[in-house]
Structures are given as C-alpha cells and as structure tokens.
Design a protein around this ligand. Sequence first.
Ligand SMILES: [Fe+2]
Length: 305
Amino acid sequence: MTTEHIIHRTPIFSDDWWSALENFAEPKLFKDSFNPADFMFNDENFLDFLRCRASVDQHQLPEHDNFLRVFVDGGFRYKEKAEILKHPPENGEKLKHYCDRIFDGKEYMILANSVEQFLPNLHKKLIALNIYDRVLPKLQLKTEQSLHINCTIFMGNYSMTPLGIHRDDDFLRGGIHFHLGPGPKVMHLWPTEVYIKNTGSAFRSFELSHRLLATPEHKCFTLEAGDSFYLPQNIYASGPYHVGCPQGFSMAMTLGFFYENAQETLQHALLNLVSDRPEFDQLKNEAMCLYLEMLREHQGFSSVM
Ligand SMILES: [Fe+2]
C-alpha cells in the first residue's frame, strides 16, 4: 500500500480533514475517520432510497435512466433493475436479506447516483456541512464554470467494479469516498500514460494483470469501514485510471465534484430533457440538431464537427 498519502486521527469534515485535502490534487486515505454507525447514510437510508425510487412515476424517471444502475456477474442488467423497481424492499427487511433475495447468490453491484435528490434528510445534512463553500475555493474554477456536488452509492458483493479499470468522465473533478463496509475495498490507481503503455490502449479493461500491478507508478489503497478516501481527477492529465476491488459485501457513499460551463449545462439539460422519454424521439432529434448547430457556431468546436 502507498503510505505517503495515508492520514490518521483526522475526523471527516473537521478543519484538519479539509486542510489535509489541500487543493484536491493528491489521493488521500484517512484511516478510521468516521464511525459508520453514526454516518449520514446507512443501510436503512439505502432501503428508503430503493422504495422511493420504485415509487417514482416511471414516465418521470424511467427504467433506463442513469440514477440507478444494476450489474450482475459484471454485466449491466435491466431485468434485476426492473425487479427492484417492481418489488422494492419490504418494511423491516434488511438490506443484505433483500439483496440475497433479488440476486440469488450471484455477484452484483447497485450503483445509485444523486441519491440526495430522493432523500431530503440526507440533502439537509449535506447542506448543513457547507461542503460547497469548502470545495469551491480550492478547485480554481473558471468564471463560466459552475460546481455541482452529488452523492453516489456503490454497494454489492462484487469483486471488481463492473465499470472495469477506467477513467471518470471529464466533467467529474474528483470525489470523496466514505467506506461503510463491512467488507474492505482496495482502490488501484495508475497514471494515464502508464495504463495505456501497459495495456496497449485507452479502453477500459477488466483484468488486473500482473504487468499493470507491477508498474512502479501503481498506487493502491485499502479502504476499511470508517475510512474516507479522496480520488483526484487532476493529478494526471485527465485523472487516473482506477478500479475498486471489494472483498465481500460492502457499501460506500461518494461525494462527486462536477463542473461544467454554460455550454455543457445546456447540453446536459437538453439530454436530460429528451433522453428519458421514448415518446419524445422527434423532440430529441430536433434538440440534438439544434445543439449540433450551436456547436458548429461555437469557436473551437467547428474543427471537430
Ligand atoms: Fe470511477
């Protein structure tokens, strides 16, 4: 394990914790930095999220949205997602029991984005922590860029994140993981050029090869229940290639920092408007034509359109 980025005896959201993150440029692992039993998100909250998610009008937030993704045996699955939306956890049912029932012994991961939008109490707690004001000054955004923070949950009994070894989207500018356990998770990181040189391409991969693990630039961090970990996006050209490998059942909450400029905001608004509504195919075509037209007129994009 890399040791120069490991910090002890520093509770999450304390002044020392924020200070240790400095300019969000380096990976940082804070050992034993919170008590999962007292954390703002727990099994019950996730069960509430699934029940709430299942109760949402499917025309408002249909099955194929990205707020909730379900993977089984490493693959993206609609069948089990539909099962969760149709038969959410019963009142009083424990999370592990529910997942065992739905996934029937298979290897699975549930990835839920923007859970705070479905859980008002979590949203209130996040606002009370003043995270936005702590993060914004350190990210050195340009004036036309705006910062968005959201909450993502990774949970399951998977042995490798089904996303494979990957780089995050360009609009993600770092994220803090709060590992709730009970099982540990090993996070592996590689600089972009090292990953490409050793795999032969920039594509994501699903094999932790000996060659990759043996590179001197490879960093790995073991997250245990109560550890927090910052995964930066700007220490290497476009963020490190990374993958999480849990051992046994575990859950983690992440706070993701996103930024975008006005043009990207418009792009996401348009895509959100049209991508969830199959009945809006015509509008989707028109919106994309309009958007492409704007891109053509936008200096800097004309050469690629
Ligand atoms: Fe990622």
